[in-house]
Design a protein around this ligand. Structure first.
Ligand SMILES: *Cc1c(COP(=O)(O)O)cnc(C)c1O
Length: 392
């Protein structure tokens, strides 16, 4: 008999009743060190005092009003994001996949409004993940996600990951945009080299193609800059944000330049919940904290510390781990053992990690994880690797 909850997830036999910082407490009272942070969502860890304060204050004030009205909390967060990024304008969603939907619509409408209605084709990459809406699965195009859900939304071209020559060859007079994650998350913490992002920007500029960055997973301070693309010194025309921006409250956003957003006039898009006072109040507190340069520097320092420990694990467990990947606190351990076995061995050591494609173990801790918890994480991962070696 089917479970009351639609059985679309392979769930671990764990459930939690409380979270504090980088720790989760299970039903039996035991504590787990959380290196997944709800897949990069709990950017400030669990129950961060400033977020609890903002959420409860706003909950007593006003939760929700329609976008029929002006929403000061939304205007405030939009202005914060505009002040801190390439963007001139922001639309708020409840999730990353909704941000993907709008990014696709916005890019097509831009060319339509400019008198080029045939420029609809969007180039995306093998291994990409942009969410689970019908548009987002068509964009990513992976067999696993699209099988049985056809007919898919047309207008996507899929090419090998970050293959510059293939991108150049794929751009035609029908091309609308290129959509890419500066660091693939689900795809296995695959980082597009800075030179590639620069080359992509030049290619888009010379062909009038819009550049869309999906920073749903790698953005909001995760790499040690507010957004990952800042490391390469290039900016997109449109950017998708979600996950960390709400710190656990469902919130997403599309950031865009005035030019890219040129077609999005009144009536062209909307959302019932997107940008409501509760979500935007929390988002503003997260943004305030993670955009502080001292906070971002601390992320880079924590990253160096964590990486050092992880390199040590690769050296001491060569049959389990192969290499360290990623930047800031979006890190991956490429495995020689099966990554899902490592995740399970981690459960036994009370450390939570997340599997990704390409046999990678994903490490996405809270951005403010204490150094002592990083040391503890390395110790527990060492224990997990040792257990796997002994079982082999
Ligand atoms: C998680 C993710 C999404 C989808 O976000 P949802 O909030 O799950 O819809 C899109 N793109 C990337 C890169 C992601 O990691």
């Amino acid at each position: 008999m089917i479970s009351a909850v639609l059985p679309t997830y392979n769930r671990a036999p764990l459930s939690f009743v409380k979270g504090e910082g980088s720790w989760l407490t299970a039903e039996d009272g035991s504590r787990y060190l959380d290196l997944g942070a709800g897949i990069a969502v709990n950017a400030l860890g669990h129950a961060h005092p400033a977020l609890v304060e903002t959420l409860t204050r706003q909950a007593q004030q006003l939760w929700h009003v329609s976008n029929i009205y002006r929403i000061p909390e939304q205007e405030h967060l939009a202005q914060m994001l505009v002040d801190r990024t390439f963007a001139d304008t922001v639309f708020f969603t409840n999730s990353g996949t909704e941000a993907a939907e709008l990014a696709i619509k916005m890019a097509r409408k831009h060319h339509y409004a400019a008198g080029n209605p045939d420029r609809v084709q969007i180039i995306a990459f093998e291994g990409a993940f942009h969410g689970r809406s019908t548009g987002a699965i068509a964009a990513a195009g992976s067999e696993k996600m699209v099988k049985g859900f056809g007919p898919l939304m047309p207008g996507f071209t899929h090419i090998a990951w970050a293959d510059h020559d293939a991108i150049r060859a794929a751009i035609t007079e029908k091309t609308c945009a290129v959509m890419i994650e500066p660091i693939q998350g689900e795809g296995g913490i695959r980082q597009v080299p800075d030179q590639c992002l620069k080359g992509l920007r030049d290619l888009c500029d010379s062909t009038g193609t819009l550049l869309i960055f999906d920073e749903v997973q790698c953005g909001m301070g995760r790499t040690g800059k507010l957004f990952a693309h800042e490391w390469a010194g290039v900016s997109p025309d449109i950017m998708m944000v979600a996950k960390g921006i709400g710190g656990g409250f469902p919130l997403g956003a599309v950031l865009a330049t005035e030019q890219a957003a040129s077609g999005m006039v009144a009536g062209t898009h909307g959302s019932t919940y997107g940008g409501n006072p509760l979500g935007c109040a929390v988002g503003a507190t997260v943004t305030e904290i993670v955009s502080d340069p001292a906070f971002l520097d601390a992320v880079s320092q924590k990253s160096a510390l964590f990486r050092q420990g992880l390199e040590g694990l690769v050296a001491s467990h060569p049959t389990v781990f192969e290499a360290v990947r990623g930047q800031g606190l979006i890190l991956g351990l490429k495995c020689r053992a099966l990554n899902t076995d490592v995740v399970k061995a981690g459960y036994a050591q009370h450390v939570l990690t997340v599997a990704a494609a390409d046999n990678v173990l994903r490490l996405l801790p809270a951005l403010n994880i204490p150094d002592a918890d990083i040391a503890e994480a390395v110790k527990r991962l060492d224990g997990a690797a040792t257990a796997l070696e002994q079982a082999a």
